[in-house]
Ligand binder design. Sequence first.
Ligand SMILES: NC(=O)c1ccc[n+]([C@@H]2O[C@H](COP(=O)([O-])OP(=O)(O)OC[C@H]3O[C@@H](n4cnc5c(N)ncnc54)[C@H](OP(=O)(O)O)[C@@H]3O)[C@@H](O)[C@H]2O)c1
Length: 291
Amino acid sequence: MTSVFVAGATGMLGREVVRSLVRRGAEVRALVRTGSTASQALTDDGANVIEGSLSVRLATAMEGADVVISALQGGDDVIVDGQVALLRAAEKAGVPRVIPSDFAVDLFRLDDGDNVFLDHRRRAHEAFGGSPVRITSVLNGAFAEVMTASFLEIVDWDNGTFSYWGDGEQPCDFTTVADTAAYTAAVALDPESAGRPVRLAGDVLTMKAFHAALERGSGRRLEPRQLGSVDDLAGEIRRRKSIASSPTEYVALQYVWAMVSGKAKLAPLDNDRYPEIRPTTVTEFAERFRR
Ligand SMILES: NC(=O)c1ccc[n+]([C@@H]2O[C@H](COP(=O)([O-])OP(=O)(O)OC[C@H]3O[C@@H](n4cnc5c(N)ncnc54)[C@H](OP(=O)(O)O)[C@@H]3O)[C@@H](O)[C@H]2O)c1
């Protein structure tokens, strides 16, 4: 039985990853912070819960594991320092493979400054260099859940609008959280994925097709509004950045820019490697917004 150690198991993605791994018959060790209120729920999901931190006795907790998955989220202290601590513990425990918390557009095609959160992830990969542990990034494009949330400033369900930057013709990658988790579990149980990024997308749509799929699935009209060109979006990001007190005030637009500019498009896709997973289309996903 494959044994998988999951850090960030209490998070939006991590919880689904745990469930997907259990469904696939893996032995799951879920790391939660000491005193976490989520321990019982993860136990009920079938995980062996380990209470601890990213700094104390991690290697002991990882002993005998085949793979470590990180679904951590946070600033550079978590994404760089925390994940390097995970990697060092994996090395010490002899765990051969780690899946870091990448789960994004193709961050390896971006330059420093394009996206502050993805910069941290590339920094972590630089620190992983030279390790005997083989790293597998799971790249999924954007979560459909996030792309339809108000903070992305694309879909406004209350006012019935769909706002987009660019000409709306650039293909973009969309995957639900549950499908990303299902793919991550499949990748974790696939030793041949070791040492390279795996690119997976539930649906590939231009912004215009994304708009049409949301209308079709939800049965709701969303008035399209073109906000400006891709360069105008870059200018808006610069403007917000110049007055921001925190990256959270502009990073959402940096993700959108990475998509609509085409710079971080996933290609080629590896979906065919996991034919047992039939991912949710955006049209199917949007049915949850029916009134
Ligand atoms: N592609 C996309 O559209 C998209 C969208 C959103 C997220 N993501 C990615 O998905 C991954 C997971 O994100 P998420 O939204 O699921 O994150 P989340 O819900 O915020 O969960 C973060 C997890 O990290 C844990 N954590 C944070 N700091 C920690 C620390 N110092 N020590 C131990 N545990 C710590 C949290 O534990 P507690 O519960 O104890 O705080 C939680 O389990 C990230 O790589 C994120 O960038 C991708």
